[in-house]
Design a protein around this ligand. Structure first.
Ligand SMILES: [Zn+2]
Ligand SMILES: [Zn+2]
Length: 340
């Protein structure tokens, strides 16, 4: 039986173990994907810290992946052996009312598959898409997470030309989000992060104002700079304090868009946070299938570039080191990639 070298998670506080696991058999609608790149993402770290589903341990982590089609099932039509593809980690059913209306991200039976921190994976063919010739495998891997999340959030918030936005947190998602808001025509883009290098990149990518919260209190600064608040405030960190600041940074009629994963309960004052000033709170989840193809077209036509967000690459066997780099922010990581 074929096996796949995998970085397996055994529980909180334990090192990942490199193990050969059996590759399941190929169904008629499946493809076998030989993975060439897999992203190490903060949401993987959340799992390693005990958040989310911990029932089926050990498991292979990782949700961002790209590679080459090694085999296709009998009914597969969208890809062929040898195609370079990206992997869509949102496993949707394709049949429920949400899927049928193009909202696979909130599918009734949405799940996440076996992870991408391994050599090969069996995937339903509808969850892979060809990537442009000029796009590297690492970029093809992170596309679906950091890039797509920002794109979906920008669309969900109906970011229109001329608006003022706040991007609170400039990790992989935040930096891409900033670029999308610029592409959507935001006139004023305020970027907040405690890392000077990230602020410098943000400025280059279109931020009109940058704020380092270790030097200036961002809430007061945002209010002062925008005469009362921004039209749309995106939170991309997921901490109580930054969510609080984000809600308070929005002007009357504006929107807060909460993207960072905050796992603790958070108290909202209905009157002050929402009703006075008719504000709205949105919280985008992942992305839809059609958005993947929209973004691929923007990449193919050179309207959107994001390769510079990838800062570290490790062979799969060094998965623990890769996790350590992201976890402890060693060498100021953007996106960290494993190469099986
Ligand atoms: Zn991710
Ligand atoms: Zn569905």
């Amino acid at each position: 039986m074929a096996t796949s070298l995998s970085a397996r998670f055994y529980g909180v506080g334990k090192e990942l173990r490199l193990e050969e696991v059996p590759v399941p058999s190929l169904g008629d609608d499946d493809v076998e994907l030989e993975l060439k790149a897999a992203g190490v993402c903060h949401s993987d770290l959340h799992t390693m810290h005990g958040m989310g589903n911990q029932k089926n341990l050990p498991m292979t982590l990782g949700h961002e992946g790209s590679g080459i089609i090694a085999a296709v099932g009998r009914s597969v039509k969208n890809v062929s052996v040898g195609d370079r593809v990206g992997y869509d980690y949102i496993w949707s059913c394709g049949r429920c009312s949400y899927c049928l209306s193009g909202r696979e991200n909130i599918c009734d039976s949405k799940s996440r598959s076996e992870g991408t921190w391994q050599e090969r994976i069996i995937v339903p063919a509808r969850h892979v898409h060809k990537i442009p010739a000029g796009l590297g495998f690492p970029e093809g891997a992170v596309l679906n997470c950091a890039v797509m999340t920002g794109y979906h959030a920008t669309k969900l918030a109906e970011t229109k030309p001329g608006v003022s936005v706040l991007v609170y947190g400039l990790g992989g998602v935040g930096m891409n989000l900033l670029k999308w808001t610029k592409l959507a025509g935001a006139a004023e883009i305020i970027a907040v992060d405690s890392d000077e290098e990230r602020l410098r990149v943000a400025k280059r990518e279109g931020a009109t104002i940058t704020i380092n919260p270790t030097e200036r209190y961002p809430l007061e600064e945002v209010k002062r700079l925008t005469s009362g608040g921004v039209d749309i405030a995106f939170e991309v960190i997921g901490k109580t304090e930054t969510v609080r600041n984000t809600l308070s940074s929005v002007r009357q009629g504006g929107k807060s868009v909460l993207i960072g994963q905050l796992w603790e309960p958070f108290q909202i004052h209905i009157l002050k946070d929402i009703q006075f000033g008719e504000k709205r709170i949105l919280s985008p989840e992942d992305h839809t299938k059609s958005e993947i193809y929209e973004v691929l077209r923007l990449i193919e036509t050179n309207r959107f570039q994001f390769g510079d967000s990838i800062t570290h690459r490790f062979p799969l066997r060094e998965a623990n080191q890769a996790v350590n780099v992201l976890q402890n922010r060693i060498g100021n990581p953007g996106r960290v990639i494993l190469e099986p």
